[in-house]
Each structure stands twice: as structure tokens, then as C-alpha cells.
Design a binder for this molecule. Structure first.
Ligand code: 5GP
Length: 227
């Protein structure tokens, strides 16, 4: 029977962070194989597109002036400055999807995640960790897209980000992409069963005579209740 509990049907807001090279983007990409009914938010940024990146698919690329106008008009759920560039989550689409019962995933850095933690209590915060710091630097080097000094900069930033790990609800070590993705999926599923989502519990459904047992237990012995 499924009508004993009425739970909140809004989508869950899932915030995923982790240092560069932790594999958080790959996990979200792989999540499509394990989970439906979710939307991966597209952020706005003032950084330049990298090779292969497309406006409206990877990010909404915009000028500093456009971004600052967005801040002024309160268009961002959160925003942060990272490596001298702005990054922000547009508010409108997020709310639209959550209200439709669709889960929304934000892959954002730590400062932005902590801002959301202050304002949206029910959001789920997941931190993705590399298996070791040696593996992290190996992954950054393997990408081959950045200079050695940029790699070191990202490596140092990783230490700072990992310092904030206890402010998250869950940590997933990404030693194997598939395993880590399944764990993220399990966390999201588990949260759907959280008692925090309960709106009402119907123990005494008036259409059922079963609650009469609470007043008169003889009815059970006498087989007077139709089970
Ligand atoms: P990248 O330039 O490598 O694409 O992203 C740099 C960092 O910014 C990553 O940690 C990424 O998750 C984060 N980021 C991407 N979009 C947003 C956003 O909307 N808000 C915040 N706070 N961080 C973001």
C-alpha cells in the first residue's frame, strides 16, 4: 500500500563539488545511464570557452558586464569568483524544474555550494574526492590541456577545497567511475526516503475499519475486521 505517507513531490536539489581532476563532471555524465528525471544545470561564466565547448550546452558564456547586470537583477541562485572569473547558477530554470518534480544537479565550486547551504536547507551536498593526491595530479597532467604552473595552481586549490569537506553531507571517492556514479545515485535515492520529506502520515484512513482495533481489540479475536 502506498497511501500511508504523503511526501513532498518537489525535485531534490543536489550540489556536487570536488577539486579539478576528481572526476565530478564525468560522474554527472555517467549518471545519465543510471538515473532519469534529472536536469544538469547550465551555469553562466565570464571565462572564455575551451576548445569544443558550446554556448548553451557547457555554459552560457557572457561578458563581465552582462554577468554583473545579472547579479544586480538577482538572477543567480549563487555565484562566485574562481580563478578571476565569475561563475553563477541561473535561478529561473532551477526553480522551474524543481517545481515540476525533476531533480536538479549543480556542479559548482565550494564557495557557491556553501552559499546554497545557507539558503536552501533541504539541498543535498556531495563532495567528490580523488583516491589519492598523487592520482589527482596524474589526472590533471594527463588532460594535457594546461601548463605546468596551471596544474600546480589547481593542485594547490584542491587542498583548500578538500578542507571544506566536512561542510558537505556525503563524500564519494572516485577510484572507479562506475562505482562512484552508482554511489551518487544511491545517495540521491536515499534522500527521497528522508523523513524530512514527509508532509502527512495517514494511519487512520477513515475508509478502513482497521483503526477500530485501537478501541476494541475484541474485534480482532472475533474476526470482525475484514482483512
Ligand atoms: P571550469 O572553468 O573548469 O569549467 O570550472 C571551474 C570551477 O567552477 C569548477 O569547480 C566548476 O564546478 C565551478 N563552477 C561551474 N559552474 C559554476 C557555478 O555556476 N557556480 C559556482 N560557484 N561554481 C561553478
Amino acid at each position: 500500500m502506498s497511501n500511508i505517507i504523503k511526501s513532498n513531490t518537489k525535485g531534490s536539489l543536489i550540489v556536487i563539488s570536488g577539486p579539478s581532476g576528481s572526476g565530478k563532471d564525468s560522474i554527472c555524465e555517467r549518471l545519465k545511464e543510471y538515473k532519469d528525471n534529472f536536469w544538469l544545470s547550465i551555469s553562466c561564466t565570464t571565462r572564455k570557452p575551451r576548445e569544443g565547448e558550446e554556448h548553451g550546452i557547457n555554459y552560457y558564456f557572457m561578458s563581465k558586464e552582462e554577468f554583473e547586470a545579472g547579479i544586480e537583477n538577482n538572477e543567480f541562485l549563487e555565484y562566485a569568483s574562481y580563478n578571476g572569473k565569475y561563475y553563477g547558477t541561473p535561478k529561473s530554470k532551477v526553480n522551474e524544474y524543481l517545481n515540476k518534480g525533476i531533480d536538479v544537479i549543480l556542479v559548482i565550486e565550494v564557495q557557491g555550494a556553501l552559499k546554497i547551504k545557507k539558503t536552501i536547507k533541504e539541498a543535498i551536498f556531495i563532495f567528490i574526492m580523488p583516491p589519492t593526491m598523487r592520482e589527482l595530479i596524474k589526472r590533471l597532467k594527463k588532460r594535457g590541456t594546461e601548463t605546468n604552473s596551471k596544474i600546480i595552481e589547481r593542485f594547490k586549490k584542491a587542498y583548500k577545497e578538500i578542507n571544506e569537506i566536512t561542510k558537505y553531507n556525503y563524500v564519494v571517492v572516485n577510484d572507479e567511475l562506475d562505482k562512484a556514479t552508482k554511489k551518487v545515485c544511491a545517495i540521491i535515492d536515499a534522500q527521497k526516503c528522508s523523513v524530512d520529506r514527509i508532509e502527512e502520515v495517514y494511519l487512520n484512513n477513515p475508509e478502513e475499519e482497521i483503526h477500530e482495533l485501537l478501541i476494541d481489540d475484541k474485534k480482532f479475536e472475533n474476526n470482525e475486521i475484514n482483512l
